[in-house]
Design a protein around this ligand. Sequence first.
Ligand code: AMP
Length: 384
Amino acid sequence: MNHPPVLVVNAGSSSLKVKLLPHHLSLLVERIGGDTQIKASFATSVRSDGISDHEGAFKLCLTALAEQVPLASIVAVGHRVVHGGERYTRPTRLTPPVIAQIEALSPLAPLHNPPNLAGIRAALHLLPEVPQVAVFDTAFHSTVPTWAYLYGLPRRYYSEAGVRRYGFHGTSHDYVTRQAAQLLNRPRSELRLISLHLGNGASAAAVQFGHSVDTSMGFTPLEGLLMGTRSGDIDAGVLLYLLRSGMSVDELDQLLNKRSGLLGLSGVSNDMRDVRRAAAAGDQAALDAIAVFSYRIRKIIGAYAAAMGGLDGVIFTAGIGENDPELRVQALQGLEFLGIDLDLDKNARGERLISRAEARVAVMVIPTDEERMIAEATLEALAS
Ligand code: AMP
């Protein structure tokens, strides 16, 4: 990849991640407003004392980057924005009306869009001459059909309040399916692919002929697969039961988002490596947590093969998908009837293509690179 310098920005509630590409200079500022820490991929003399907001953090990153490259060489800034609603189906240049729209979408993503906007405002203030683009996590799923995105609620909850499946991790699903097509040396427009993004957050996408046609995260990133600390799918009746038994809305939010998933089921950790260690020592709760994690993946592969009327490839990506060969074996167990046939040696070695040569379905391990995708999408948006 060789392109003019693009700064990719990912602003979280108390963190700011920036990466300058193609130089691969990255900085992570954490605990903004508290005991702020800065981590850089290069040696820098900047200090993180007294950083109280995203603008201060952004300024710090620019000061550090300026020690490495002239800031005037940056041609564009690409921002990761979590929620683009139904309106934003592609990367979009940031103008005052677009920023106002992203702000209007904040009720749909109260934890994500406000910090994303703080990053955008800081960047616009500190690099006012540089064009800036928003790349939306939801955009790739804008092709999901009505029957896959509607919930079984009265229609007006969708039409008046926007309650529907949106899906997330779109930049990652888009990137790895493009890479998979390249690896297979076939156009993505001919392939039915299932992308499994298995990190601390986890989601699956059915990508048919280049378009997302279903995805496991929904109105929020809470639905679907089991995750590090999120429950994924759960009977909504359980929530009613817990509320009626006296749990507050905030407690329920904490329970589902922060205390469930691998952590809640295993009682050990949200990190798959720790859960595996406990499982290896015979801990039944840890074994069950891994079994639930892999069963949900297996089930969704079957569902998405049905949704697409066939299957050409399965992609594993993100922390667990890329690094845990045993999980890949467990998730694919019993799927030979679909044409899945794993080469256990290639899988153990973590090769890119881990299915047998004669298998009908290609199984792949493809490292995700959301920053690279955002940088490329930013330049494409500015060129068009
Ligand atoms: P991500 O959100 O993509 O950064 O993924 C983070 C998660 O990947 C961690 O919480 C771990 O559970 C998991 N992970 C990273 N390395 C390994 C590994 N070698 N084996 C199993 N899980 C891993």
